[in-house]
Design a protein around this ligand. Structure first.
Ligand SMILES: C[S@@+](CC[C@H](N)C(=O)[O-])C[C@H]1O[C@@H](n2cnc3c(N)ncnc32)[C@H](O)[C@@H]1O
Length: 458
């Protein structure tokens, strides 16, 4: 079997839905052809070639022969997108998706439900290694680690399900909640979302109808409180909300998040090296979505930085203060932690959660500004952890971090392409990758989280 050459995955790693410019030529959407499927590519699909053209095929596995149906592409397109609608020669790792709507043309939320979990992790490892090679020139062996659910969490009905503590549902024209199709605005109504925890899927939002509502976000904290449902009304409209007796409810407007019933925040508890740290996260603000993420990532960051009492640490893109709290504990009262976060609400949450820690300074503003201010993040910094959004830190922030000359940097990344691009810039500024751990924080999807340890080269 001839394997197609690797091709760049369009739109992968940019953190937003992209539509290519309209191409000339007849629309080939719906056309079907048999094809040999090649390697996995970043973005949840595999690469195939048909009549000389690259085709990104979803719902397939490398080495399979499938009947592919074009979902986007015309005669003038550089590449097409397609779904594997029939499998003509299956890979031994192919399984029946546990969710009935994880199928071509239906829900776009999961990419890999048709692969056994160990194979999903192997595919993600391949993607991380390939991105590091392609974008940073680094040849690194990658293994993606399974992340356990917290002790005491109810067992899922199938491995790889019930891990997601935050889910944003869309609402269709009839007011039903669901998830959108892949690269589509169409909403697939759902009665369950089996990767979401039972607290999220059972919050009541999937059984009810909403009026004049765009999105319904559900966040279930680990403190045992009610899940928080945050509703975003359609522009200029007044939302009609159903009764949700087992949940706190709030409405998001451009001015903020307004309480309807219950709390406007959820509580999180994270076990870290024998202690339990408590956090507050307001209004469905950012928190790591996998129920076991807090424990896994804080341990990986501690391992990457090896903080010592009395050291000075900086937590960039600090959110509600997850890594700040852990570092504050590790450097102790004689050390210090500067946390930088752009969202006022997250800084307020961090302030509440960390109010007893005198060694912590919270700074609200852009990371790039903080790094440019010598009074704030001046010399004497020993350690930096950064956990930027999907787009990565970028050249300016990386240059600023390297200028502090920390003895170690822990880079927490949810997009391997952005990580690889930033690692290439770190290398230009005298920082090398010394260790990498990758975590399956998003089973059934193509997403993967990495924690990289960087050290100065001289
Ligand atoms: C991936 S989250 C990480 C949050 C936190 N480290 C955690 O694990 O919970 C990224 C955070 O960076 C913040 N952010 C994004 N761009 C920023 C910037 N340029 N400067 C400061 N904060 C930023 C977002 O508001 C968000 O809270």
């Amino acid at each position: 079997m001839s394997r197609p050459a690797r091709a760049a995955a369009p739109g992968a790693g940019r953190g937003r839905r992209t539509r290519e410019a309209p191409e000339r030529g007849a629309d080939r959407t719906g056309a079907e052809f048999e094809v040999e499927v090649g390697p996995v590519a970043h973005g949840g699909h595999c690469v195939a070639r048909h009549e000389g053209r690259v085709v990104f095929v979803r719902h397939a596995l490398p080495g399979e022969r499938v009947l592919a149906r074009v979902t986007e592409g015309s005669d003038g397109s550089r590449f097409w997108r397609a779904d594997a609608v029939r499998v003509l020669r299956a890979d031994p790792d192919r399984v029946e998706p546990p969710c009935p709507v994880a199928k071509p043309g239906l829900c776009g939320g999961c990419d890999f439900q048709h692969a056994a979990l160990p194979r999903q992790r192997a595919l993600k490892a391949e993607v991380v290694a390939e991105q590091l090679r392609h974008l940073a020139g680094l040849d690194v062996p990658v293994r993606v680690e399974e992340v356990p659910l917290p002790q005491g969490a109810p067992a899922p009905e199938h491995p790889g399900l019930r891990w997601r503590t935050r889910t944003q549902f869309a609402v269709d024209a009839e007011g039903r909640t669901g998830l959108r199709g892949h690269r589509s605005h169409d909403v697939v109504p759902l009665r369950d979302c089996p990767i979401s925890t039972r607290a999220v899927a059972g919050s009541g939002v999937l059984d009810q109808r909403f009026g004049n509502v765009e999105t319904v976000e559900v966040a279930a904290g680990s403190d045992g409180g009610d899940p928080l449902v945050v509703v975003t009304p359609s522009e200029g409209a007044r939302a009609h909300l159903p009764k949700l007796p087992g949940a706190s409810v709030a409405v998001r407007t451009p001015e903020g998040v307004h309480r309807v019933s219950g709390r406007t925040w959820v509580g999180e508890r994270v076990p870290v090296r024998g202690r339990e740290l408590a956090f507050r996260v307001s209004g469905a603000g950012f928190w790591q979505v996998h129920a076991g993420a807090g424990a896994a990532l804080t341990e990986a960051v501690l391992q990457a930085l090896e903080p010592r009492p009395g050291e000075r640490a900086v937590d960039l893109y600090a959110g509600a203060g997850l890594f700040t709290a852990v570092l504050a504990d590790a450097v102790g009262a004689d050390g210090s932690v500067l946390a930088v976060e752009g969202e006022a609400r997250a800084v307020r949450d961090a302030r509440r959660s960390l109010h007893g820690a005198e060694q912590v300074e919270l700074w609200e503003g852009r990371v790039e500004e903080a790094l440019a201010d010598p009074e704030l993040a001046g010399p004497g910094v020993d350690l930096v952890v950064l956990d930027p959004p999907r787009s990565g830190a970028g050249r300016e922030a990386v240059r600023g971090i390297a200028a502090l000359r920390p003895r170690a940097v822990a880079y927490v990344a949810c997009d391997p392409a952005a990580l690889a691009r930033d690692l290439a810039v770190f290398a230009e500024h005298g920082y090398a990758l010394e260790g990498l751990r990758a975590f399956d924080l998003f089973p059934m999807t193509h997403h993967v989280e990495c924690v990289a340890r960087l050290v100065p080269t001289s």
